[in-house]
Structures are given as structure tokens and as C-alpha cells.
Ligand binder design. Structure first.
Ligand SMILES: NC(=O)c1ccc[n+]([C@@H]2O[C@H](COP(=O)([O-])OP(=O)(O)OC[C@H]3O[C@@H](n4cnc5c(N)ncnc54)[C@H](OP(=O)(O)O)[C@@H]3O)[C@@H](O)[C@H]2O)c1
Length: 292
């Protein structure tokens, strides 16, 4: 099987490439800009907004499966450049989904829990999506474009955590560095997610891609935790002073867009379909990611 990974220079993409090298016969890795990848797979520069380049690169890759992780993935970047967010997240995804469908390939699109408004939490695939941000709206538009094709998949992933494998510092890496250096970090006590490690999400997405499941599915972690609880557990795991994790509230943040309160995902459908895939809690994931 030939697999194409988009967004391979990103936090999730790096883990996806590593995982897919174990499952696929051939892995093609795309980013927007060229750079090398720790796994040794060359990264090919393909800008999703350049339709002609995209089509030509797709023909060269001839994938059976597309794992689409590329996006303008920072909420603030999307807010500041909504047109670019629309072009990359919505139109780029629609173009790729069309190419895959026309060429008989199956596409797994990585979406987000931020398509929900966060009023209730524990969202299932049947709950209505009402995004509060430009990011969420462009990702929801992408979902509609992908779900127009019968064999494609939209996997909504919860907040991701874990060390970067692509040489770019992640938010998680910054928190670890701050706590190890004795610097305080302020984290919200009133914002909840079902965070899942980058490795677990990549494993889940890869298995999904090689299955015959199509349609919408949620991939979250087993625990609903506030950002503050996650920080506290991280500090404990690192042996850092727990007082460094300062409780903050969403209404203190000067965010230009409203922040969803609770976008925890109900992942029952995924767990029912893949019961043998490990589903590790936050503390055990930390022990695996940062062994002492
Ligand atoms: N991080 C999370 O907590 C989280 C949670 C839920 C869902 N997601 C979703 O998971 C996916 C991966 O997120 P991430 O955190 O790994 O993102 P990331 O680290 O910001 O990586 C984004 C990737 O997309 C590529 N990209 C950006 N614009 C592009 C364009 N115009 N054409 C082609 N490629 C482009 C980037 O390439 P360059 O590096 O070359 O610019 C990079 O490889 C995204 O779809 C995101 O919406 C993330």
C-alpha cells in the first residue's frame, strides 16, 4: 500500500510518518515548505492552495490512502488571516478529497474537537457542531467537503500532547522546559479536553486508515481533564514544584474569539471498533513519553 501523509513536518505528521513506515509499503510525506524529517523520509514541498502543483504531486505519489494532517492549525493564526485559513483548511482539503476520490484512494481527514462550542462536553458524532472560531469554522467546512465522498473518513481528534519528533518545539515541550527550569505556567481551571498523546492519535489514525470504516469518528483520550489538572500532573511527574502550575480562568485571557469551555469527546465509537488498541490514561502516557 502506498500512503501519502500531508502536514508531515507538523507535530502530528511526524508521528504519523513514523507509524506508517511500519504499516505501509511506501510513504510519501508532504509539507508546505521543505525540511528534513527525523525518520529519514524526504519531505516534498506541496502547498495545498496551489491547485496545479497539488494535482501534479498527487499524480506522482499515486497513493492508495491519504492521511491528511496539514492545516493552518493555530487558532490565533486563523483569526489573524481568515482568508488563508479558508484557502488551506477548507479549500485545500476539498481539493485533496476530490483528487483522492477521483483516483480511487481513501482519505482520512484529521479534524478537531474545536468544531464544538463547548457548552456541554462529552460530544458524540451525532451532536451538532457549532464552532466559535475561524479555525473551527474552516475545519468544519473541510469536514463537509470530505464527507461528500462515501469512502473518506473525518477523524475529530482532541487536544494533542507529547514531545515533538520534528525538531520544532511544541506547547507541551515548552511546558516541560518551563517546569524543569522552575518557571511558572498559568493554565485554565475552567477549560476541559479529553487530551490524547500524539503517539496514540497517530496509532489510531493509522489503524483507521487501514480499516474499512468511513464517515465521522471521534478520537480522544480516556479522561476529561482541565488544562490546569494536566499541568499539575505533568509537574508531579517531572518532580517539579506543583505551585509552579498557576490556576487561570478563561475570562482572564485576552483572546479575540470566545474559547470553548468543554470540548471533551465521547470516543465510544472508536473504542468499540478498535478495542485492542491501547487507550492509556494521562499519567501512564506521561510515563511512556517522559520516562524518569
Ligand atoms: N495540535 C493539536 O492539539 C490538534 C488537536 C486537534 C486536531 N488537530 C489537527 O491535527 C492536524 C495536525 O496538527 P499539528 O498540531 O500537527 O499542526 P502543525 O504542527 O501546525 O503542522 C501543520 C502542518 O500543516 C502544513 N501546512 C500548513 N499550511 C499548509 C499549506 N498551505 N499547504 C500544505 N501544507 C501546509 C505544515 O507545513 P509547514 O511546516 O511546511 O508549514 C505542517 O506540516 C491539523 O489538521 C489540526 O487541525 C491538532
Amino acid at each position: 500500500m502506498r500512503v501519502l501523509v500531508t502536514g508531515a513536518s507538523g507535530q502530528l505528521g511526524g508521528y504519523l510518518v513514523r507509524r506508517l513506515l511500519l504499516k505501509a509499503d511506501e510513504v510519501t510525506a508532504w509539507s508546505r515548505t521543505t525540511c528534513s524529517l527525523a525518520t529519514g523520509v524526504p519531505l516534498l514541498p506541496v502547498d495545498l492552495t496551489d491547485t496545479a502543483t497539488l494535482a501534479a504531486a498527487y499524480r506522482r505519489a499515486r497513493p492508495h490512502i491519504v492521511l491528511h494532517a496539514a492545516a493552518l492549525a493555530r487558532v490565533s493564526d486563523c483569526y489573524h488571516d481568515p482568508e488563508r485559513a479558508r484557502c488551506v483548511n477548507a479549500e485545500g482539503t476539498a481539493a485533496l478529497a476530490r483528487l483522492a476520490a477521483e483516483n480511487g484512494a481513501r482519505l482520512v481527514h484529521v479534524s478537531t474537537d474545536l468544531v464544538f462550542d463547548g457548552d456541554t462536553g462529552a460530544y458524540t458524532e451525532n451532536d451538532p457542531a457549532v464552532p466559535l472560531s475561524v479555525y473551527g469554522r474552516t475545519k468544519l467546512a473541510a469536514e463537509s467537503a470530505v464527507l461528500a465522498y462515501p469512502y473518506h473518513v473525518v477523524a475529530r481528534v482532541s487536544l494533542l500532547f507529547g514531545p515533538s519528533v520534528v525538531g520544532r518545539t511544541s506547547f507541551f515541550d515548552e511546558q516541560v522546559a518551563a517546569l524543569r527550569a522552575g518557571r511558572p505556567v498559568t493554565l485554565f481551571v475552567d477549560e476541559w479536553r479529553t487530551a490524547i498523546s500524539l503517539a496514540a492519535a497517530a496509532n489510531g489514525l493509522a489503524d483507521l486508515a487501514f480499516s474499512d470504516y468511513s464517515g465521522l469518528i471521534h478520537l480522544g483520550g480516556p479522561e476529561r481533564l482541565s488544562r490546569w489538572e494536566m499541568g499539575l500532573r505533568l509537574a508531579t511527574h517531572l518532580g517539579a514544584d506543583p505551585n509552579l502550575v498557576v490556576p487561570g480562568c478563561r475570562n482572564q485571557a485576552r483572546a479575540p474569539e470566545p474559547r470553548p469551555r468543554d470540548t471533551s469527546l465521547d470516543s465510544s465509537r472508536w473504542r468499540h471498533l478498535f478495542p485492542k488498541l491501547p487507550w492509556t490514561g494521562y499519567d501512564d502516557s506521561l510515563s511512556q513519553l517522559l520516562p524518569s
